[in-house]
Every structure is written in C-alpha cells, then in structure tokens.
Design a protein around this ligand. Structure first.
Ligand code: ADP
Ligand code: NA
Length: 340
C-alpha cells in the first residue's frame, strides 16, 4: 500500500503573508519528520487569473525561497513547480471527466473569486479544484496540510478519488492495481491560525489579493512595518478576555491571540494564561516582539536565496525530476485503467 505521503502547494501570486506561513508553510516544516513530503509552487493555478509574466517568474522563485527559508528540506523532500511536471495538467483532464458539473457549482471560492462578473471568469478558475485534485492524486498523497479556506476543495478531491475508484473498479482489478487505487486524501487542518483574518477587517481572511497592504503581514515586511501594522490592527476597546469562551465572541481579539498562539507553538488558552486581562496596547507590543523574532530570520534567508536565482532554479529542477518519476508512474497506471 502507498506510504504516508504529504502533498501541498502555494500559489506564486505575490505578497506571501503570515496566513500562508501559519496556515501552510510552517506546517510543511513540522511534517517533515513524520512524512515523505512533496511541496509545490502551484504556478498552473496562478494563471487562472491574469499574471504578468515577468512578475510570475519572480514570484515562483519567491515562494520556493519561502519554503526553503522557513525550513523545508529540499534534499530530503521534494520542492518543485507544477508547470515543470506535465502530469498535473494531463491527470487534471481525466479528472475533469470524472468530476460532475454540480460538484463544481458548489465551490464557494469560485463564487468569491469570480465575483459579480462570472461570465468573464476564466474556465481555468472554474475547474481549478480538479487541477488541485490532480496535484494531490498524481502522488497518491495521503495527507494534505492546508488552511481552512481549502477544506471544500479537499473534500472535492476525495469525492473525485472515490468516484474514479468506483467507476473504474473493474479495470483497476483487471490491471492488477489495488482496489483503492487513489487513497482518499486526509486534510491536515488543526491548531490555531488555520484561518488568519485581515488586520483591518475581522470578517475577511488575510489574503494576497486584498488591496490594502495594512491588512496583512507580508513575509518580506521588516520589523518597523510589522510593528506599524500590528499596532494599527483593528480591535475592540476592551482588555483581553480571561477565557477562550469569551474570546470566541470577539473576532479581532481571537485573531490576534490565534496568531500569537501559532507563533509561540501554544494554544489560545496558553496565551490567555499569560496575557488575559492585558490592555491591547500591551498585548500588541508582545505580539510585535514575537512576530519579529519568528519572521525576521525567515525574511533574511528569503532575501539571501532570492539574490541567487540560479540556486533556486537548480533546486526546483532537481525537485521536478524526482516529482516527475512518481507522477509519471501514476499517470501510466491511470492510462491503463482508463483504457488508453
Ligand atoms: P492565498 O489564499 O493567500 O492566495 P494560496 O491560495 O496560495 O494563498 O494558499 C496557500 C496556502 O495558504 C493554502 O494552504 C491556504 O489554505 C493557506 N492560506 C491562505 N490564506 C490563509 C489565511 N488567511 N489563513 C490561514 N491559511 C491561509
Ligand atoms: Na487560498
């Protein structure tokens, strides 16, 4: 049977932020001792909305640099960019023919991203979740660390895997593969900060595409920028609550406490033990200090890596070669199963 394997990706769409770090990249690092890990710069996903070609190339290297700077080990594990392994696009086509229109119609992210002018959204944006399913299933990954916003897409990937296994059960057996050809990938969404919210608007998630730079902490921000953004973060006028229950009714406080908890490797209760009852001015200063302490080394290392594009390109090329070997084997099997 397939060993325990992790797959996840981040889009090279600029402005990598604290939500990407806490919801995804930090977890990528933590999983390396327990799993065989494959981490992908998902550039095919990025072009579902317009990307300037020069910026895209820069952003691909930046995401790869963020992985490595945060502590992803590109020698022990696999780091690559999606467009370099053609199986992603090839398998996505087969999965487009397995997924049902009604399933995709239920995807809330498409509705959010397409906005009011839905007729003018790219077809790629619509079938994006099928490509994401292909990303995961090409490696027959068993676990997928992502933020809360990807939960629905992961459920779809499971549905697609299951339908493929059912629709082709006879052919899977005839060709001598295991009955559950595609394992149903498990989401790894747990702990604090699985959904980091905007610092300016507690009802929106922190996002690369939000126009207000003050809404997010970018992984490229320096200590002064981090301090300014956290000091200006929207809060209510009351001191920090003493209990997690009271925290839940206060979204902005909940967000800042969640960020603190994730950065300090504790939980909300642990943060409130130390800071419950504090004024926000005080707590925000503690959060600034912790955020700078944790992000500054990553920011500095990203800068160093980005200054040497040849090294990043070599890492990605080596990763793509190793990814290709695994994905091609899956694709060859899928071809046999489908009848090609
Ligand atoms: P974005 O949503 O900012 O464009 P991606 O779609 O590339 O970023 O997501 C990369 C990873 O970061 C995914 O696992 C996603 O779930 C996670 N992520 C994105 N935004 C947040 C957030 N605000 N809080 C927690 N995790 C997030
Ligand atoms: Na996202």
């Amino acid at each position: 049977s397939v060993s325990q394997r992790v797959f996840s990706g981040v889009q090279p769409t600029g402005n990598l932020h604290l939500g990407n770090y806490l919801g995804a990249i930090k977890r990528f690092v933590e999983l390396q001792d327990r799993f065989e890990c494959i981490y992908c710069v998902v550039d095919l996903h990025a072009i579902t909305v317009w990307q300037d070609p020069v910026e895209l190339k820069k952003s691909i290297r930046e995401v790869a640099a963020a992985f490595l700077a945060a502590g992803v080990d590109g020698d022990r594990h696999i780091v690559f960019n999606q467009s370099q392994v053609s199986v992603h696009a090839e398998l996505a086509w087969v999965l487009n023919c397995v997924a049902r229109l009604g399933w995709l119609n239920r995807m809330t992210q498409f509705k959010e991203k397409a906005g009011k002018d839905r007729e003018n959204a790219s077809v790629g944006l619509y079938v994006y979740p099928d490509l994401m399913a292909a990303d995961i299933l090409a490696y027959r990954a068993t676990h997928v660390p992502v933020g809360e916003d990807q939960k629905q897409h992961l459920e779809l990937a499971r549905d697609i895997a299951q339908k493929f296994n059912n629709d082709f059960s006879q052919s899977i057996a005839t060709n001598g593969f295991e009955e559950k050809f595609f394992p149903l990938p498990e989401p790894l969404i747990a702990g604090p900060a699985t959904r980091v919210m905007s610092l300016r608007d507690g009802s929106k998630k922190m996002s690369k595409s939000e126009p207000s730079d003050a809404s997010r902490i970018n992984l490229t921000d320096d200590a002064d920028q981090i301090a300014n953004k956290i000091r200006r973060a929207k809060t209510d006028p009351f001191p920090l609550p003493e209990t997690v229950e009271a925290l839940k009714a206060r979204p902005e406080a909940d967000n800042l406490v969640g960020i603190y908890a994730a950065l300090a490797d504790t939980d909300a209760a642990g943060v409130l033990d130390a800071h419950g009852g504090a004024q926000f001015s005080q707590f925000k200063q503690a959060l600034v200090d912790l955020t700078v302490e944790k992000l500054a080394p990553i920011t500095a290392e990203m800068k160093r890596l980005v200054a040497d594009p040849a090294h990043i390109d070599a890492t990605l090329a080596k990763g793509a070669e190793r990814a290709e070997t695994i994905a091609r084997e899956t694709m060859n099997a899928v071809k046999d199963i489908v009848g090609f």
